[in-house]
Design a protein around this ligand. Structure first.
Ligand SMILES: [Zn+2]
Length: 320
């Protein structure tokens, strides 16, 4: 075993060995708040996995030429412009393959399907033998969307993960929405206005909850109060769900993607998931993708970057 996979998020850092689709020695630590703390964290990683010969890293933000660029500049103080690859090399870790965390999760979800399909006859999931090329072609595309503190996404088209020259592909959280939050027009921390993330993220729900209730509250609290009948908060949830549904329809119109995997603590909350399904049913069927809950759970980023590094760093694996 020599391939180390790491997932660096806004609040925690997970790591594990990866071998042929399996994680082992999984560890999770809190994300460092400053550069010095982060270098210590990298040294700890090197100590915990001393024989790593290859390294795949899923990161929050865009990863361009070994440097992390934040999309949301308010994210983590030192993270925007951080030379991650150089710092990793500096503590003795192997040169990393870097991938945006939502793109990694998208790749993991896509590969999980490919594995599940192995050995099964084609035309599973209730599709008849006559479903034909369109259905087969559709299985080469997948959009992964995560609703949590922010809104992230990753897009696989024709069996290829779309990263984009600047690592930006799939950032559906920063697609503009025509729907307005209950507290009106919003400036997004990415520099645009009224992004999906300003209406439908956990942060956005909490902010709108505060506007309605006149006190601090969490996104989960907004969902709970909406569930128990608060009409104003039901409206907040309905607008967020409609904004997500519109963005999914836009993604389908733009790319043709017919399958969406929804993840994140907020996306997987039954009330939110159901509200998005309801909002999709209001749209013309041509633009409505099949919506499914994400399969891989908390380790989606590790799993996705494991598959990715295995496919893109073969030489190092062979050598080891
Ligand atoms: Zn934005």
């Amino acid at each position: 075993v020599s391939l180390l996979v790491v997932d660096i998020g806004g609040t925690k850092v997970s790591s594990a060995w990866w071998r042929r689709g399996q994680l082992s020695q999984v560890r999770t630590r809190p994300m460092a708040r400053d550069e010095a703390g982060f270098v210590t964290l990298l040294q700890d990683l090197h100590r915990d996995y001393p024989h790593a010969r290859q390294l795949g890293v899923a990161v929050t933000g865009r990863a361009v030429a070994g440097v992390v660029r934040a999309v949301n500049a308010a994210m983590i103080g030192f993270w925007n412009g951080y030379p991650l690859a150089a710092r990793m090399a500096g503590v003795g870790l192997p040169p990393p393959l870097l991938l945006n965390d939502a793109q990694a999760a998208a790749w993991g979800e896509f590969r999980a399907d490919a594995d599940a399909d192995d050995g099964r006859p084609s035309g599973e999931e209730g599709r008849g033998a006559g479903a034909g090329d369109e259905a087969l072609e559709g299985r080469r595309d997948l959009l992964f969307v995560t609703l949590s503190t922010g809104v992230g996404g990753g897009l696989v088209l024709g069996g290829r993960l779309q990263s984009g020259a600047a690592g930006l592909a799939g950032h559906i959280g920063h697609v503009g929405t025509a729907l307005r939050a209950v507290d009106g027009d919003q400036a997004c921390s990415c520099g645009r206005r009224n992004c999906l993330e300003t209406v439908a993220s956990g942060t956005a729900l909490a902010r709108q909850g505060r506007h309605v209730l006149g006190r601090e509250c969490t996104a989960q609290e907004v969902l709970a109060l909406a569930q128990s009948g608060d009409a104003a908060l039901q409206q907040v949830v309905a607008v967020a769900a409609a904004a997500v549904a519109q963005a999914l329809a836009d993604a389908r119109a733009l790319t043709g993607v017919a399958r969406v995997r929804l993840g994140g603590g907020l996306g997987l909350a039954p009330m939110m998931f159901d509200a998005i399904e309801r909002a999709l049913r209001e749209l013309p069927p041509l633009f409505v993708p099949v919506l499914e809950p994400a399969r891989l759970g908390a380790h989606a980023g590790l799993i996705g970057v494991g598959w990715w590094a295995e496919a893109h760093g073969v030489d190092v694996v062979r050598e080891a």
